[in-house]
Structures are given as C-alpha cells and as structure tokens.
Design a protein around this ligand. Structure first.
Ligand SMILES: Cc1cc2nc3c(=O)[nH]c(=O)nc-3n(C[C@H](O)[C@H](O)[C@H](O)COP(=O)(O)O)c2cc1C
Length: 219
C-alpha cells in the first residue's frame, strides 16, 4: 500500500517537537485572519461524543477583560500578551433542546428527514439526559472540550502558531468576568495562541517524556 499521508512524517515529527507550552508571547505579533479562521475551524470540526459538541469557545479580545482575567490565571502573562485568548467552556447539563438542535442540524446538512433520527435522539436522551451518565455529565462535557483543545494545539503546531494550554486559572472567577454565571456554560480551561517571544527561555528546554515502551503497549 502506498503512503497516503498529505504531510511528511518528518514534518509531523518536527512540529510535535517544535510545539511547547509557550510562557512568553511576542505581544506585537498577531495571528492573521486567514490563519485564525483555520484555528477556529479546528475547534469547530473537532470530534465529540455523539457529535454533540457540548462546548463554546470564547475568544476574549477586549483588553479590559483580559486584564481582569490575568489575576485569575496565576498572573500568567500570555493571558494579556498572546494574540488570541480562547476560553474553553462546556455545557454543564445536557438537555433535550441541545440534542434536538443536533438532530435538526443533521437533518438539514444531510438532507434527510428528522423523523428518521428519532431512535438516535432517544438513545442520546436515554444515555445523557435521563440515564445514569446524566449524574456525571459535567465531567463528560469537560472531556469533550479537551478533545477540541488537543485538536487546536496540534493544528496550531502545524501552522507554527504557538500555544499555552492553561488549567492554572480560577474557573468560577472566569465565569463571573465573562458573564457565564447562570447561563449553563462553565469555564474549564483556556489556551493562549500567538507567537513566541525570542526570549522565552522555555523554548530551548528539551522535552521531558517517558519512554515509548512506558506509554505505548501492544497486547
Ligand atoms: C490541560 C493543560 C493545562 C495546562 N496548564 C498550564 C498552565 O496553567 N500553565 C503552564 O505554564 N502550563 C500549563 N500546561 C502546560 C504543561 O505544563 C506542558 O504541556 C507540559 O509540561 C509538557 O510540556 P510541553 O507542552 O512544553 O511539551 C498545561 C497543559 C495542559 C495540557
């Protein structure tokens, strides 16, 4: 079989190692719109359980809001200095309305009758809205948000756009500043995106990873 990859393995390997958690961004460099659009598309097209997309990505552009978020983020300066700050929020409770929205969108996009998706809809409701998993649905939704985060980080690295994923923040504080309280959406993490500062010393650190045999096993 021929290799069908669109991107050289060497390129992929290089970009995996090029990416690092960028601690200092060059605040003079902005992500241009055409590149931002691809990053946003990587979030929108990310995989999620049942395709339910229980997420919303808030792009905080207002400098005053960014300044308010800084002390709620352990003072991590990428919050104010990176080109884009994306706050990952998740839907706290799954409900029939959201599921219905997916059903209607599916019917529309694929040109099929929503009535034919009734079984699928009831399965999702039975599992996530009424079933035992509804008790822990906030954890489920947070996991979905992390898949989008991973997809974003990989896409950005291929574009030589730097990122800092951040769990080091106060989610409840973020919810207040971003007016999320009472909306059913909650902050779980954030990612700063932009371009590394030449003097971020972390970019020269060797990656610390366990050996392949410690993390990948064949059975
Ligand atoms: C979900 C998540 C949250 C993280 N939160 C922070 C953070 O708040 N501050 C920070 O400096 N690094 C944060 N990191 C970066 C990790 O420390 C970093 O990815 C790890 O040390 C591996 O280094 P590398 O990404 O440079 O290869 C986070 C990473 C992930 C995946």
């Amino acid at each position: 079989m021929s290799n069908m990859s669109k991107v050289d393995n060497e390129v992929l390997h290089n970009q995996m190692n090029w990416r690092y958690a960028c601690k200092k961004f060059d605040s003079t460099k902005q992500i241009r719109e055409s590149d931002w659009n691809i990053l946003a598309e990587s979030l929108r097209t990310a995989a999620s359980s049942y395709g339910l997309q229980p997420w919303k990505f808030l792009v905080v552009q207002n400098p005053e809001l960014r300044a308010q978020l800084l002390p709620l983020s352990w003072g991590q300066t990428p919050v104010t200095e990176a080109s884009h700050l994306i706050v990952f929020t998740y839907k706290e409770k799954m409900d029939e309305q959201h599921i219905e929205k997916l059903i209607q969108t599916t019917a529309q996009v694929r040109g099929i009758d929503a009535a034919g998706l009734e079984g699928y809809k009831n399965m999702m409701i039975g599992d996530l809205v009424k079933g035992p998993r509804s008790e822990v649905i906030n954890w489920w939704a947070q996991r979905q948000a992390y898949i989008a985060m991973g997809t974003l980080l990989t896409t950005a690295s291929l574009m030589e756009i730097d990122t800092l994923p951040m769990e080091g923040l106060d989610p409840a504080g973020y919810d207040k500043v971003l007016n999320l309280v009472g909306t059913g959406w909650k902050t779980v993490a954030a990612v700063a995106c932009g371009y590394r500062s030449a003097d971020d010393k972390y970019q020269h650190n060797k990656k610390v990873r366990f050996e392949m045999k410690d993390v990948v096993e064949f059975r």
